[in-house]
Design a protein around this ligand. Structure first.
Ligand SMILES: [Zn+2]
Ligand SMILES: [Zn+2]
Length: 280
């Protein structure tokens, strides 16, 4: 009940609920609140939305030490803990989404040592120092070469940062790449994708189902092939995350994500104190 009491405190009223069965709770394991430079969502907004959906949450705030744009994607773990630790409990866990960049492993380790994070997502946001969000990063680059570089960097970064719990949004590049057929298709990059999955399995890192692109049937179709391959190579677990930056996006497309996990033979989990926790 701690979470509800805490939310009630923040909102100025007490939410009464019968929800005691934490074991039956499903988690959205990837979302951003105002500690991320690109989100203004508050914790009470997120928790109220999640409560309505019967979901637990893991806040995964952005930490990108070398972000090239104007926004500052660095936050203080101490301030994060001071603000949210009173809300942390069975329904809320506190994590981080770490942008993986060559040469920053030691910096990342030092950052992570400053708070007892529940979950660490590692993500590739930058290739050659440019955010994949930025169209100029694709200029003069063939899609095949660009996507293969992205996947090779991903495998290398997971290998060099084996302490991460989860690999975030494998299809991040397909959100923004300005090519005619921007989908990340397994059949175009089988060796590179296999190397990512092999590295995940060898380092005990869990792949994420990120539902951000689940409103696109083509994306879902291609992602299903990737998750099937992950399972075939020995992957057992999956986290599911909306990557919400606004409360309306929390838990988006989770029915489809659950169906995908099940049909691919993958078990959905979340993390608590960096340990895998089963969810239902
Ligand atoms: Zn991300
Ligand atoms: Zn994110």
């Amino acid at each position: 009940m701690m979470y509800f009491a805490a939310v009630g405190f923040v909102l100025g009223y007490i939410i009464i609920t019968e929800k005691e069965s934490v074991g039956a709770m499903f988690f959205d394991s990837h979302l951003h609140t105002r500690f991320s430079a690109d989100s203004e969502m508050t914790a009470p907004e997120a928790l109220t939305a999640a409560n309505k959906l019967g979901l637990g949450l893991v806040f995964t705030e952005h930490i990108d030490f070398s972000y090239p744009g104007e926004l500052d994607f660095v936050f203080s773990p101490e301030e994060y803990w001071a603000a949210y630790e009173p809300l942390r409990g069975d329904y809320l866990r506190l994590g981080v989404e770490l942008g993986l960049v060559p040469g920053e492993t030691e910096k990342a380790r030092q950052f992570l040592a400053r708070a007892p994070f529940d979950e660490v997502i590692g993500s590739i946001h930058l290739v050659d120092g440019r955010d994949l969000y930025d169209p100029s990063g694709y200029k003069g680059r063939e899609q095949k070469e660009m996507y293969a570089s992205y996947l090779r960097l991903m495998a290398k970064m997971v290998r060099e940062n084996p302490y991460i719990d989860v690999l975030g949004h494998i299809d991040y590049i397909a959100r923004y790449a300005p090519y005619e057929r921007s989908e990340l298709c397994y059949e175009d990059y089988p060796q590179e994708v296999d190397e990512v999955f092999r590295t995940l399995i060898e380092t005990d890192t869990v792949l994420e189902i990120n539902t951000r692109r689940f409103n696109d049937a083509g994306a879902v179709k291609n992602l299903r092939v990737l998750y099937q391959r992950y399972q075939k190579m020995g992957g057992e677990y999956i986290t599911i995350g909306s990557d919400a930056h606004q409360s309306e996006a929390i838990g988006a497309h989770f029915s489809l994500a659950k169906e995908m996990a099940e049909s691919c033979g993958l078990t959905p989990i979340t993390f608590q104190a960096r340990q895998k926790t089963k969810i239902f």
